[in-house]
Design a protein around this ligand. Structure first.
Ligand SMILES: [Zn+2]
Length: 484
């Protein structure tokens, strides 16, 4: 890899690049799926290649080359330079990267059991067992569809730059999901998933075993069936809501994670629900949430799906404050925009889906720091409210301000006790008003680094894996209603 990257860097500089970096990536993704007691999917995909980014005539250029075409290294470097020179014709300013980042290092994500060394039959048997446990709990008058999935990723990448950086990383991910979908004779559908959609971490097969898919399987079917008979969530203009940890994770992702991406803020990137209400004059001034709300962008969180050693610009992983005691204090940046906005060194959030994608500012692990409450005490402390669990639908405007989230199930809380299961629950709000209504956050014991493996951004679209440390939290004066 050193020879290949040195050759590319030399070539680019000799042909006029004032900066160049190269990422050589080898990515393996294994997916196993079972549906209704049948093996549906057993796929292993491998992808190898490199992407080269150059600055020439003060503008960016990018080109990529798959391993099959390594004879075309020369042409790929030329293409990157041509792209830069074409971009330079319409540039409004010169790209500036600030201080050089000549980092050298090796990073390997920690795992106990290499998921690629666990036999296919052990993995499939786990899914078949979970599937049969879901099906065993099925009553006669309900139609049931059961699905389960395991996903494993190994990514090896080498980053080198004309500033002298040379970084090698190996990141392993494990993910899983099981779902029971129940339909009654009237055609009504209810679903329950575990752990929540596909949960994923930068860990090994031990992560999958800890999720206890088989043990949780019958409960999912029972709950989906109970939901078919449950009362609908009432329509209330202002009630107290407690969100499960996984729903807090999604709330953080959509209403905090995306709007702190500095490229969105500066309107350089507007696809997939677009720009941001967190405009630069609000930095250090806006009261984003109540004083107990503390959010970080932390690429060092153990096991997080946004955890790495260095970003795709070779900047070391960092932990930055985003919201401190309720106040908005930080964006996720890259080298170019941190320099342009005088924000100091990049905080290292540039990530590309693979070798053939240009890195973009992406969420790392956007974490809501734990508070002091036990969940049981929080429910006991709530006189009148609704507990929302496991996301089902989401919608948010293009400034990330007005949102509406649906969950798989809810519980009515009366006099400090869960009283009634409620179906089709939805809550809605406006981001800073909602977070200012947060008056309790559960402690470390409830805190999980939830993985969101399918975050979309960019054109061409890229899917990236992000993490969100979160525990259940309570919000006051929230509008709720029921999906029709
Ligand atoms: Zn997203």
């Amino acid at each position: 890899m050193k020879d290949l990257s040195a050759r590319i860097l030399n070539m680019a500089q000799m042909r006029g690049a004032t900066y160049c970096d190269v990422r050589v990536v080898n990515r393996t993704v294994q997916t196993l799926g079972v549906k209704d007691s049948r093996v549906q999917e057993m796929v292993q995909q491998e992808s190898q290649g490199f992407g080269v980014r150059v600055i020439a005539d003060g503008a960016w250029g990018f080109a990529a080359c798959s391993r099959d075409d390594y004879a075309d290294v020369d042409a790929t470097v030329n293409r990157a330079l041509q792209n830069a020179r074409a971009s330079a014709l319409t540039k409004t300013r010169e790209v500036r990267l600030g201080q050089p980042e000549a980092n050298k290092g090796v990073f390997r994500s920690a795992f106990k059991l290499d998921p690629f060394m666990v036999s296919m039959s052990d993995k499939i048997n786990l899914l078949l067992k979970a599937d049969s446990e879901m099906r065993r709990a099925k009553p006669k008058n309900v139609h049931l569809v059961t699905t389960s999935e395991l996903v494993f990723v190994r990514e090896e990448k080498t980053f080198a730059s004309s500033e002298g950086a040379f970084i090698q990383q190996e990141i392993v991910e494990s993910g899983c999901e099981i779902q029971a979908l129940a339909t009654n004779e009237a055609g009504e559908v209810q679903t329950r998933t575990w752990p929540w959609g596909r949960h994923q971490q930068t860990r090994g097969f031990e992560f999958v075993l800890e999720q206890q898919l088989v043990e949780n399987a019958p409960r999912l079917t029972q709950e989906a069936v109970e939901l078919l008979r449950a009362d609908a969530c009432p329509a209330l203009d202002a009630t107290t809501v407690i969100l499960s940890g996984n729903q807090v994770a999604l709330q953080v992702h959509e209403s905090c994670g995306h709007p702190i991406e500095l490229d969105r803020v500066l309107k350089q990137e507007a696809s997939f629900a677009g720009t941001s209400f967190l405009t630069p004059e609000k930095l250090y001034h806006l009261q984003y949430g109540s004083e107990i709300v503390n959010l970080t962008a932390d690429a060092t969180t153990p096991g997080g799906l946004g955890t790495f050693g260095y970003d795709d610009e070779g900047v070391p992983a960092q932990r930055i404050e985003v919201v401190k005691d309720g106040r908005f204090v930080g964006y996720m940046t890259n080298r170019e925009l941190a320099t342009e906005m005088n924000l100091g060194r990049s905080n290292g959030t540039m990530r590309a889906e693979s070798w053939n994608h240009l890195p973009l500012i992406r969420m790392t692990n956007i974490n809501l720091l734990p508070g002091a409450w036990k969940l049981d005490d929080l429910i006991a402390d709530t006189d009148d409210g609704i507990y929302f669990d496991t996301n089902r639908s989401w919608s948010i405007d293009d400034k990330r301000l007005n949102f509406q989230f649906g969950c798989e199930l809810a519980w009515e809380i009366k006099g400090g006790k869960k009283t009634r299961l409620l179906k089709n629950p939805i809550y809605t709000g406006v981001t800073p008003i909602f977070w200012r209504g947060c008056d309790a956050i559960c402690d470390e014991a409830e805190w999980v680094v939830w993985g969101t493996p399918r975050c979309g951004k960019g054109q061409p679209a890229q899917t990236i894996r992000t993490g969100h440390g979160a525990s259940p939290a309570r919000f006051r004066n929230v509008k709720v209603f029921s999906r029709s």
